[in-house]
Design a protein around this ligand. Structure first.
Ligand code: AMO
Length: 431
């Protein structure tokens, strides 16, 4: 097999005369009598191959002519500078290896001559992913994940992996996916919450995990998945403000890295990403409710923010902002109270989209046990977790940042499914 020497993006007119090997898919082919134009597409872009019969010879010409859309090929050829070619150069083929043929007609056209509905695209996701626009989203997602890891490594966080087969719920409100675990009842993990906290008692001190969370949400929205990826952190000897500072750093750096390193992909998506200021505005829950009320949304103190409320608040605030000081009743049992009514929880919003939730946690055994009881939960189900609070648990705080929702923000997508390779929603379990 011919071995690739360059991606298409690594070629330029000043390489005129250089012999290279390219590999990829036939994006399009056009035969004009004794001249064939093939556009070869690889991960990094496209390149034009021009085969004049008289130069490449009868045999190679015939082989090239036999190619069809989406066949996989490797081409050994010469870079020829040509002002009229798409990027100022083209490839004169010397050898073509047909690595695999594609069955035609294709269920989806990666060349995008025929537009397709999202459902059809997701059904044929491997083909859909060949589209530069779709690949751009996942390159940006990759850049974000790399940036997040780099920031957290720099801040002294240790990357961990916690179990996803679990015995109890953590986030009140959302439903669990039950599974059969031999003779026991078990569930798919909604959040690494309890494990992150137990690790604070282990002395690992600062941990993070990037892993799936499973939510049996019945509703099919543009912001919810049944399997999402969560970027979770927990930091000991820290409070809610420290956790928010860390979230600002992570989000700011990711925006900056995507802006600086993925200009090409942002252009393909035709999206103008703005690097936010280093510090984000903070409003209290009470202020958020006032904004929503002022804009005519029906909402009472103590209600969670409805979609309408989020939209109204997002319209007023724009960009990234925190909502802090939430009523105790609407936050999970592990959240540290601030006083009798409010707790040390926060949400990070981007316009009307919640992208992260976090809090300072309760590190005191008695208070935590009381809270579990007050929320109507069974303390026995949390015994293994509660133990960690008896023998030296430091104060701690953390957050979960939705990787899929954050990718929506970084790529300007309106539907979360666009930001996930193989989304799981109410109606989709394959591919
Ligand atoms: P929460 O339940 O708010 O908090 O989730 C944290 C973030 O994860 C993302 N997210 C989702 N994304 C897509 N589809 C879903 N169904 C979905 N559910 C959640 C969101 C959300 O902001 N244990 C806490 C975090 C913590 O306090 O550390 C938790 O899970 O972006």
């Amino acid at each position: 097999m011919l071995k690739r020497t360059h991606y298409s993006s690594e070629l330029s007119p000043d390489m005129d005369g250089t012999e290279v090997v390219l590999a990829g898919w036939v994006h399009s082919i056009r035969a004009l009598g004794k001249l064939i134009f093939v556009i070869l597409r690889d991960r990094e872009g496209m390149v034009q191959i021009v085969a004049p019969k008289q130069k490449v010879g009868e045999e190679l010409f015939k082989k090239i002519k036999s190619l069809g859309a989406e066949d996989v090929i490797a081409v050994r050829g010469k870079v020829i500078a040509n002002e009229k070619a798409p990027n100022g150069f083209e490839i004169l083929p010397l050898e073509v290896e047909i690595l695999n043929r594609a069955v035609r007609p294709l269920p989806l056209d990666p060349a995008e001559k025929v537009p397709a509905e999202l459902d059809t695209r997701l059904e044929n996701r491997f083909l859909d992913l060949r589209r530069p626009k779709v690949q751009a989203i996942f390159k940006i997602r990759h850049e974000m994940l790399k940036s997040v890891r780099n920031t957290l490594y720099k801040e002294g966080f240790i990357e961990v992996n916690t179990p996803k087969l679990v015995a109890s719920a953590t986030e009140g409100g959302t439903e669990l996916f039950p599974i059969s675990y031999f003779e026991k009842e078990a569930f798919l993990g909604q959040s690494p919450q309890l494990y992150k906290q137990m690790l604070m008692a282990s002395g690992l001190d600062r941990v993070f995990e990037i892993a799936p969370i499973f939510r049996a949400e019945e509703h099919n929205t543009r912001r919810h998945l049944n399997e999402a990826t969560s970027i979770d952190i927990e930091m000991a000897f820290s409070d809610d403000k420290d956790a928010m500072d860390m979230l600002e750093k992570v989000v700011y750096n990711a925006c900056k890295d995507v802006y600086e390193n993925r200009e090409k992909e942002l252009n393909i998506l035709n999206y103008k990403l703005e690097v936010p200021p280093k510090k984000f505005d903070k409003i209290t829950y009470d202020e958020a409710i006032e904004i929503a009320k002022k804009k005519g949304v029906e909402i009472e103190w103590g209600d969670d923010l409805s979609r309408e409320a989020e939209k109204a608040i997002g319209e007023e605030m724009g960009g990234f902002y925190f909502i802090i000081d939430w009523p105790i009743e609407i936050r999970p049992f592990y959240t540290m109270p601030k006083d009798d009514e409010y707790c040390k929880a926060f949400d990070l919003m981007y316009k009307d989209l919640e992208i992260s939730s976090g809090a300072q946690r309760i590190h005191l055994y008695d208070l935590l046990l009381n809270n579990i009881k007050n929320k109507g939960l069974n303390p026995d189900a949390f015994q293994y977790y509660l133990e960690a609070f008896k023998y030296g648990m430091p104060p701690h705080a953390g957050w979960g940042l939705g990787a899929d929702r954050f990718t929506m923000v970084l790529t300007g997508q309106e539907n979360i499914r666009e930001c996930v390779l193989f989304p799981r929603d109410r109606h989709r379990l394959t591919p």
